[in-house]
Design a protein around this ligand. Structure first.
Ligand code: SF4
Ligand code: FES
Length: 275
């Protein structure tokens, strides 16, 4: 891969061509806020918090989102100019207006010196900031595309197709986990996973260890279908899964210790005394 020279806040560095500017800046320890970025997903450029100032030769400066800006030879980036900080604060005010009580947003707003938003929310009963993380995680990581953007302009929102039960949804909750504003409502009730925001209900299968509801049957079937043959995929609830992982790690650790110290492992004072 070809290397190119770029200047970040006055420091010349060499990076692989097309490295995202955000990654190159962060490698140098630059503190750049992001809300729609996830390292496992393609950039989307929605929140506009990651803006930087860019020049190339005698062109610029202009503001650009760094998460989807590929670095080319001679690009000069500045991460903390007055224009950059002002643009980030305005973007933050707009985002905070949508979900003013979100801890993730409040933390970030505080870092940027924003206390209260000047703007009114687009949809008062919807905390979504349209970062698109839920849609991308569902489509690109889970691979099911159960949800998407719906409507236009101020009515834009995340929804299941036609606002009815999402046939493709397996109830994995990846969208809930990745949402920075807790905008997606979902809960488990009487053995049913209810994804209220997406009008979707999924029967859960019982945990093989404790009998409590473990996960939607559809999710279990999906996981089993994607694992290589012979790889076990038991239906375990989150706490039994955690326990079984801890046990497996413990057994592995013990086996490793026994292999390393076949006569027993001496620790602390005992080891010091006999050495
Ligand atoms: S529901 Fe959450 S993750 Fe999805 S776009 Fe809205 S804020 Fe982002
Ligand atoms: S992180 Fe770049 S626009 Fe959101």
């Amino acid at each position: 891969m070809a290397l190119v020279k770029t200047i970040i806040d006055g420091q010349e560095v060499e990076v692989e061509r097309d490295t995202w500017a955000l990654d190159a800046c962060r490698r140098l320890g630059k503190d750049i806020p992001t809300l729609c970025h996830h390292p496992a997903l393609e950039p989307y450029g929605a929140c506009r918090l990651c803006v930087v100032e860019v020049r190339k030769g005698n062109r610029g400066p202009w503001l650009a989102t760094s998460c989807d800006l590929p670095i080319r030879e001679g690009l000069e980036i500045r991460t903390e100019t007055e224009a950059v900080l002002r643009a980030r604060r305005t973007a933050m005010e707009l985002l905070l207006a949508e979900a003013p009580d979100s801890p993730a947003l409040r933390d970030m707003a505080e870092r940027l010196g924003v206390t209260e938003p000047r703007f009114a929310p687009r949809q008062p009963d919807n905390r979504c900031i349209l970062c698109g993380l839920c849609v991308r995680v569902c489509r690109d990581l889970i691979g099911v595309s159960a949800i998407g953007f719906s409507e236009r302009g101020p009515d834009r929102r995340i929804a299941s197709p036609f606002d009815v039960q999402a046939d493709a949804c397996i109830g994995c909750l990846a969208c809930v986990a990745v949402c920075p504003t807790d905008a997606i409502r979902a809960s488990d009730r009487d053995g049913v996973r209810v994804m209220e925001t997406f009008h979707t209900e999924l029967e859960m299968v019982p945990c093989e260890a404790c009998g409590r509801p473990a996960m939607p049957g559809k999710m279990l079937a999906y996981l089993r279908g994607r694992l290589p043959e012979g790889v076990p995929c038991p239906a375990l609830c989150p706490s039994c899964r955690q326990e079984s992982t801890a046990q497996a790690v413990g057994m592995g650790f013990e086996a490793a210790l026994t292999a390393r110290y076949p006569e027993g492992c001496r620790t602390g004072a005992a080891a010091a005394e006999s050495d």
